[in-house]
Design a protein around this ligand. Structure first.
Ligand code: 6PG
Length: 469
């Protein structure tokens, strides 16, 4: 009897890799997994139950047991290890085989790897996968980029395993080259922004409104029942209820306020700076993770920098209501910033991104999935060339309706001395975007004054320089 060959291979049987592979197996494809750890390889076979699945620790066996042209996905930590794994497979794979990197790889690494593998006639896709461990197991949002023909090779499998919104799978070809990793990076930038907005709202509700964890749970539960409905609001709601299994009370009060980061939010900010696209809410979120890490310095400054701020009191109910509208406003502007960066990257890097498709596949499976994304999808359906979500007529109405709440919230926080870098940035982004004449004429004058950098005029064409007194 000839040996069983497998449809789909996975390198890396950590939580994400194993879950993704089990998801593939659930959809009727035979799967094989490779991991250096023999226990993980065995665990895969046990967990797969009656599905045709095999685990191995040997590269050669792994590659030999895949149907040709082979489909091999990597779910290993981003960075050097991806190159090491690719190198270890190159000895065995053949022309036409497909390697898929499903990790949070930096897009420039993806471009480099794609070129390297193209020389060896091996196909390569850089694929963003979002949804955490649960998403990988039961339906992630998948953002593939590279050669369209390579995507077509794996499309039936990715469509089967992706999250579904109605009948719609949350996967679509994003574009050529590193488009998939770029879109995933910006997804994570937006994720950072939304998370920090929620953290600031928690701070304000707790410190100004005096809400207990139970009351916070109720407030966020009500938010999640309305227009803020989203995965991040949903888990925030649940977090306030979680009991501490190592002590008394709720766990949230025992967690150290230092946020770690693996880099995708920072890359989004850095790349937005390179392209000259403003993403201040995302920048603020990255900055706040940095500030959170200065724990000892902050503690040392508490007494010295005590300035005795105090906020005027407000009814809990009123504050909760204001916060709902403020968050809605800030969520819209955060998605708007991320989408505008994607639109620019599409031009700069010639990705050919379809903004509607991106909004469509983010509606389910991923960390930033939200009811709002259907409205975003519609905005791009109505106008494919929409410059910024802020000027979609529908969103413009929402922003006009909610901006006063965000202003009130920010004022309250300023009076109370509570930092609101991302809430404030979301408002400033909106205010700057709708200001016909910003004070940057002064910056131009200063540049020309000290450095003869020249300026343009509003009343005459041309480039000017003044011998300033
Ligand atoms: C996702 C997540 C996932 C990961 C983040 C965490 O879409 O499933 O974004 O990719 O949890 O990268 O990022 P930080 O460790 O930087 O917060």
């Amino acid at each position: 009897m000839s040996e069983q060959l497998y449809d789909f291979g996975m390198v890396g049987l950590g939580v994400m890799g194993r879950n993704f592979l089990l998801n593939v197996a659930d959809h009727g494809f035979s799967v094989i997994g490779l991991d250096r750890d023999a226990e993980k390889a065995t665990a895969l076979e046990v967990e797969a139950g009656t599905h045709p699945a095999k685990g191995t620790t040997d590269n050669q066996t792994f590659v030999a047991l895949l149907k040709k042209p082979r489909i091999i996905m990597l779910l290993v930590p981003a960075g050097k290890i991806v190159d090491v794994v690719i190198e270890s497979l190159l000895e065995f794979v053949e022309e036409g085989d497909l390697i898929i990197d499903g990790g949070n790889s930096f897009f420039e690494d993806t471009d480099r790897r794609m070129a390297y593998l193209a020389e060896r006639k091996v196909r390569f896709l850089g694929v963003g996968v979002s949804g955490g461990a649960k998403g990988a197991r039961f339906g992630p949002s998948i953002m593939p980029g590279g050669l369209l023909a390579a995507y077509d090779q794996v499309k039936p499998i990715l469509e089967a395993v992706a999250a579904k919104v109605g009948e719609d799978p949350c996967v679509a070809f994003m574009g050529k080259g590193s488009a998939g990793n770029y879109v995933k990076m910006v997804h994570n930038g937006i994720e950072y922004g939304l998370m920090q907005l929620l953290a600031e709202s928690y701070d304000i509700l707790r410190r100004i409104g005096g809400l207990t964890n139970d009351e916070l749970h109720e407030a966020f539960r009500s938010y999640n029942a309305g227009r803020l409905q989203s995965f991040l609001v949903e888990i925030t709601t649940a977090i306030f209820k979680q009991e501490d299994d190592l002590g008394s009370g709720q766990l949230i009060d025992r967690i150290l306020d230092k946020a770690k980061q693996k880099g995708t939010g920072k890359w989004t900010s850095q790349n937005a700076m390179d392209f000259g696209i403003p993403v201040p809410t995302i920048d603020g979120a990255v900055t706040m993770r940095g500030l959170s890490s200065l724990k000892q310095e902050r503690l040392d400054a508490v007494e010295l920098l005590n300035v005795g701020t105090s906020a005027s009191s407000v009814e809990k109910k009123q504050l909760i209501k204001e916060m709902e509208a403020a968050l809605y406003f800030a969520f819209i502007t955060t998605y708007a910033q991320g989408m505008s960066l994607l639109a620019e990257a599409s031009q700069e890097k010639e990705y050919g991104l379809d903004m509607e498709a991106i909004a469509r596949i983010w509606r389910g499976g991923c960390i930033i999935r939200a009811a709002l994304l259907e409205d975003i999808r519609q905005a791009y359906q109505n106008n494919r060339d929409l410059k910024n979500l802020l000027v979609d007529p529908n969103f413009a109405d929402h922003l006009k309706e909610t901006h006063v709440s965000l202003r009130t919230i920010v004022k309250r926080a300023i009076d109370a001395g509570i930092p609101t870098l991302t809430l404030s940035a979301s408002l400033a982004y909106f205010d700057a975007y709708r200001t016909g004449r910003l004070p940057l004429n002064l910056v131009q004058a200063q540049r020309d004054y000290f450095g003869s950098h020249t300026y343009e005029r509003i009343d005459q064409e041309g480039i000017f320089h003044t011998e300033w007194e």
